[in-house]
Design a protein around this ligand. Structure first.
Ligand SMILES: O=C[C@H](O)COP(=O)(O)O
Length: 251
C-alpha cells in the first residue's frame, strides 16, 4: 500500500475507540466521547455500566455507533448470561456487540460449546453485527486457526483478536494467520496492543477491516493520521492526550 493511497483524513472510519479497562474513570470515558466526535470514529466501546451514558452523549452524532461488550474479559460467562447482556446492550441502543468467546472451551477442544455460545449471541443480536473475540494472547497458532473457523461457523460478522486485557499484543502475523484461515468469510477486527499508525496500516494491508484501540493509543494514532493529512484539530481534544496517558498499559 503506497502512502499516497492511504486516506489519512478518514482513518477514524476504521476505528472502534475503547475505554474497557478495569480502572477506567468517567473523565476517560468523557475523553473517549470527545475523541470519537472529533475524529469521526466509527464506534465507541465503553464498559457496560457506562454504555447508556455514552449512547446519550452521542445521540446527535450520526457518525459513531456504540458497541456493547459481552462476556468481558474472560468469556467464561454462561451462554444465558451472555444472551442477557447482549439483549440489555441492544435495548439501550447499541448497534454492534463485541463478545468474548469461551476461551477455556476453545483450549479444551470443545467446539460444540464454543460455536453454540457464539451462535446464541448472534441470534439474540438479530441484524446487529457481532465481533467474536478470540483472545489470541492465550492461544497457540493452532487454537487461533480452530477458533477462527468456529467463529465463522457460528455466524459472527467479525473475528476480533483481543480484549486488550491479555498478556501480549495482536501482531501483523496474527492478522495474516486469521486471514489465511477465514478468507472473506468474515471481517477481521484487530484489537489489543496496537500502538502506532504504521502497525495499523500493515494490519490493514494484511486483511484487517476494523481496529479496536484504547483511548490513549487511539488519540496518538488519530493525531498522527491527521498530521499526515495536514488537518488541524481542536486544541481541547489534544490537551486530553496527557490525562489519557494515565491509562495503564501492559505492553
Ligand atoms: O477492544 C479494545 C481494546 O481496549 C483494545 O486494546 P488496547 O486497550 O490495548 O488498545
Amino acid at each position: 500500500m503506497r502512502q499516497s493511497e492511504i486516506d489519512y483524513a478518514h482513518i477514524g472510519r476504521m476505528l472502534d475507540v475503547s475505554a474497557v479497562r478495569t480502572d477506567v474513570t468517567v473523565d476517560e470515558v468523557d475523553q473517549l466521547i470527545d475523541i470519537v466526535k472529533q475524529y469521526h470514529c466509527i464506534c465507541a466501546s465503553p464498559m457496560p455500566y457506562m454504555t447508556e451514558y455514552v449512547i446519550k452523549q452521542l445521540a446527535n452524532v450520526p457518525d459513531t455507533v456504540v458497541t456493547g461488550v459481552v462476556g468481558f474479559p474472560s468469556g467464561a460467562d454462561t451462554t444465558s448470561m451472555k444472551i442477557h447482556t447482549a439483549r440489555e446492550m441492544l435495548d439501550i441502543g447499541c448497534k454492534e456487540l463485541d463478545m468474548v468467546i469461551n476461551v477455556g472451551a476453545l483450549k479444551s477442544g470443545n467446539g460444540e460449546l464454543v460455536i453454540q455460545d457464539i451462535a446464541a449471541v448472534v441470534e439474540a443480536a438479530e441484524q446487529v453485527p457481532v465481533k467474536a473475540i478470540l483472545e489470541i494472547a492465550y492461544l497457540t497458532d493452532d487454537e487461533i486457526r480452530r477458533g477462527s473457523e468456529w467463529i465463522v461457523q457460528a455466524g459472527a460478522a467479525f473475528v476480533k483478536t483481543g480484549t486488550g486485557w491479555g498478556p501480549r499484543p495482536t501482531t501483523v502475523d496474527t492478522i495474516r494467520l486469521i486471514k489465511s484461515v477465514i478468507g472473506d468469510a468474515a471481517l477481521i477486527k484487530a484489537a489489543g496492543g496496537i500502538r502506532d499508525l504504521d502497525t495499523l496500516l500493515l494490519m490493514k494491508e494484511a486483511g484487517c477491516d476494523r481496529f479496536g484501540i484504547g483511548v490513549r493509543s487511539a488519540l496518538t494514532i488519530l493525531q498522527d493520521a491527521y498530521d499526515r493529512a495536514g488537518i488541524t484539530v481542536d486544541s481541547a481534544v489534544r490537551t486530553g492526550l496527557s490525562s489519557a496517558a494515565n491509562l495503564t498499559d501492559t505492553y
